[in-house]
Design a protein around this ligand. Structure first.
Ligand SMILES: O=C(O)c1ccc[n+]([C@@H]2O[C@H](COP(=O)([O-])O)[C@@H](O)[C@H]2O)c1
Ligand SMILES: Cc1cc2nc[nH]c2cc1C
Length: 348
């Protein structure tokens, strides 16, 4: 079996016994039952993921995958393509949005080049380049089926290294000028939405630009005819290398019982594909925030998940995941450090 098949086949259900024990502990802490709301839910879910009712969430990392997109040449993005290669080393230096937010949360950040349009090594970035950007999906498939599986396998392998190194919480991020175009295409296909319903400004298009972008997406879908029942077909025809790598990161975390914190709009498309590959992977996902891209509500209804925060963020990079690390840690700290009624001398 390939690493792709082994990973998909080794995802199991959450540990119900550990979840029950976590719920019992939450219920004896000095507070009205359920009053910490989602903070309680997070700890119960983490117990189910780790398979133990007490756990350490302090070692955290964001893994960000970067790639370029052939569809950029259709004029679907407002910024120069070079920003992909300029920005990803800055993630690792800690000076971008995700870099700063990860540092604030005490998390490490890793960058992986899965397909940047550049022929040199990038400082501090792991080189797993498949090729220098996808093909233009407006003219044919973005990548081959083999490349789509390869992108997922790179995500699995690079995430696995972090889990081997002891990371207990993994956030996923990305960098790829034009990547909201494949993202909207995937959400359009997987949710049977009209492209215009799921297309937004990305990093800052004007309203004419959005209409043109939706048209490019519509044409690409009509030309390539991705099969809604085959997530690899969808990824290969209208996806991106970093989107595939995030699918791999999600599947890897799920198979190795590590929570995977989703980020913004682009990560939603990876999560949708991962769930289609194995619905159990959803249990391991912690959605962080609700991206300001207009199709976020549609993406979340496809995912069947509810984000923790609505901050009007649309940066990507893994910034929302890094921000939510603070909430996860706060939830776990309260769960570990609050007194029980009995310890505090209450008799109820
Ligand atoms: O995470 C989000 O919700 C999000 C929404 C819009 C844009 N982005 C970021 O902006 C880039 C893609 O935007 P665009 O307009 O070039 O397709 C890419 O590098 C993403 O990280 C991210
Ligand atoms: C500067 C810049 C930073 C980004 N980070 C993620 N997408 C981005 C797009 C731009 C343009």
């Amino acid at each position: 079996m390939t690493i792709f098949e082994t990973t998909i086949n080794s995802i199991t259900d959450l540990d119900k016994e550990a979840m029950e024990k976590a719920k019992q502990r939450q219920d004896i802490l000095i507070k009205p039952l359920g009053s910490l709301g989602k903070l309680e839910d997070i700890t119960i879910r983490l117990a189910g993921i780790y398979g133990e009712y007490l756990f350490d969430t302090s070692k955290k990392a964001v893994i960000a995958f970067a790639a370029d997109h052939g569809v950029y040449e259709e004029g679907v993005a407002p910024h120069p393509q070079e920003i992909t290669r300029i920005q990803i080393p800055n993630f690792v230096k800690g000076i971008t949005g995700v870099g700063a937010l990860a540092r604030f949360a005490g998390a490490d950040i890793y960058g992986v080049d899965v397909g940047i349009k550049y022929d040199k090594e990038l400082e501090g970035v792991t080189n797993r380049k498949i090729r220098q950007g996808t093909s233009n999906m407006a003219k044919g498939p973005a990548m081959s089926r083999e490349e789509a599986i390869k992108s997922i396998e790179i995500g699995i392998e690079e995430t696995s290294k972090l889990i081997d190194a002891g990371y207990k919480v993994i956030g996923i991020g990305e960098m790829g000028i034009a990547n909201t175009t494949p993202t909207s295409a995937i959400i359009s296909v997987m949710g049977s939405y009209e492209p215009i319903e799921v297309t937004g400004i990305g990093a800052g298009l004007n309203s004419e630009g959005v209409i043109k972008k939706a048209k490019v997406i519509e044409n690409a879908i009509n030309l390539n005819k991705p099969d809604i029942n085959d997530p690899i077909d969808v990824l290969s025809k209208v996806g991106g290398f970093e989107i595939g790598a995030m699918v791999g990161a999600i599947l890897c975390c799920s198979s190795r019982k590590i929570p995977v914190v989703l980020d913004g709009f682009i990560s939603y498309s990876s999560a949708i594909l991962a769930i289609k590959l194995n619905p159990k992977s959803k249990e391991y996902m912690i959605p962080s925030h609700f991206s300001a891209e207009p199709a976020s509500n549609k993406a979340f209804s496809l995912l069947g998940l509810e984000p923790m925060l609505q901050m009007d963020m649309r940066l990507g990079e893994g910034s929302g995941a890094a921000l939510c690390f603070n909430i996860i840690e706060a939830a776990n700290f309260a769960y570990n450090n609050m007194s029980t009624f009995e310890e505090a001398g209450f008799s109820v």
